[in-house]
Design a protein around this ligand. Structure first.
Ligand SMILES: [Zn+2]
Length: 324
């Protein structure tokens, strides 16, 4: 895939979501991050439009100058309605404790927060049926671990809830980071113990990678690479797979450097409505993605999308459907 495709594509089809990141490039990025450190730039303080009231809160919509119906900052693009359900009608956990767990209707008794594999669960959307956009940040901020909580604090100040998927061989050395992120209102999931490509592991190795991930029920497999065996193993351990609809390619090296903020931002801005509505954005803690977040959030708001709202501290159990 061209490194510049993210900038040039006008509208991408659903099929894209099934593609995997080039493994060699991803692995190279993972290796090279050890030598990189990036400061987080300041974000503006505007909270997510209706973060406070939960519904219909357009009172702080000074940026767009357009108050619209329930839970919106601005009109949604017409094309974005395909899988959209209005936030108001989304009863998935609003007002319920974050740790509230749901079982899918019908099917076998499910693990907490883990849908029946037969239920049609869309792992690229992670159970997000809110219409809103969920930001996710993977891996680890290698030579600046506290960067994770600074990013968390800035997103929290904007009323935005994100999902952090941490590699546990690092995260386990800094347990306060996971605790702080959850207190800041962010979901923290497992990115396995040591970021192996799960489909290449023996059953025992697979089980070890999953069991020793960050405790919880939310799993992001390295490279998004899972098949039936991995999905079922995860479910048996009470974990549900969460991939993404939009890859920002922030992990990709261009001329020896990670993609810059403008390219990352364009990847999101130019993604299709289908990828954004109920969507999940993939970025990383070691790249320029955190610096791109203010621009990404601003662009999405201007396009009429809403971010997953931060409603306060969460537990290690991520609700299904997501409470965005
Ligand atoms: Zn990763």
């Amino acid at each position: 895939m061209s490194e510049f495709r993210g900038v040039l594509r006008p509208g991408r089809g659903r099929h894209r979501r099934r593609r995997r990141a080039p493994l060699k490039a991803a692995a190279a990025a993972a290796v090279l991050v050890a030598g990189s450190a990036f400061a987080v730039t300041s974000m503006d303080d505007q909270p997510e439009c209706d973060a406070r009231a939960g519904h219909g809160g357009t009172h702080d919509d000074h940026r767009h100058g357009s108050s619209t119906a329930v839970g919106a900052c601005a009109p949604r693009p017409a094309g974005g309605a395909q899988q959209h359900r209005p936030a108001e009608g989304h009863g998935a956990g609003h007002g319920a404790p974050e740790g509230a767990n749901r079982r899918p209707a019908g099917g076998r008794p499910a693990q907490v927060g883990v849908p029946d594999p037969e239920s049609g669960y869309d792992r690229e959307r992670c159970g997000n049926a809110s219409g809103r956009v969920l930001l996710s940040l993977d891996d680890w901020p290698y030579n600046d671990p506290e960067r994770a909580v600074r990013i968390g604090a800035q997103l929290q100040s904007q009323g935005v809830r994100a999902a952090f998927f941490l590699i546990n061989k690092y995260a386990s050395q800094y347990p306060q980071i996971t605790t702080t992120l959850r207190r800041q209102g962010h979901w923290v999931g497992s990115h396995t113990w040591s970021h192996q490509q799960l489909t290449r592991l023996t059953d025992q190795e697979l089980q070890d990678e999953l069991r020793n991930g960050v405790p919880g029920n939310f799993l992001r497999p390295p490279y998004g690479d899972v098949g039936q065996r991995e999905t079922e193993m995860a479910a048996s351990l009470g974990q549900r797979v969460c991939n993404w609809t939009i890859d920002t390619y922030d992990w990709q090296q261009v001329g020896g450097a990670f993609r810059d903020v403008d390219a990352i931002r364009a990847s999101v801005r130019e993604a299709s409505a289908e990828e954004k509505t109920n969507g999940v954005i993939l970025g990383h803690l070691f790249s320029h993605f955190p610096e791109a977040l203010p621009g990404i959030i601003g662009d999405l708001r201007e396009q009429g999308y809403l971010m997953c709202r931060n409603t306060g501290p969460v537990t290690e159990q991520v609700p299904y459907p997501l409470a965005c």
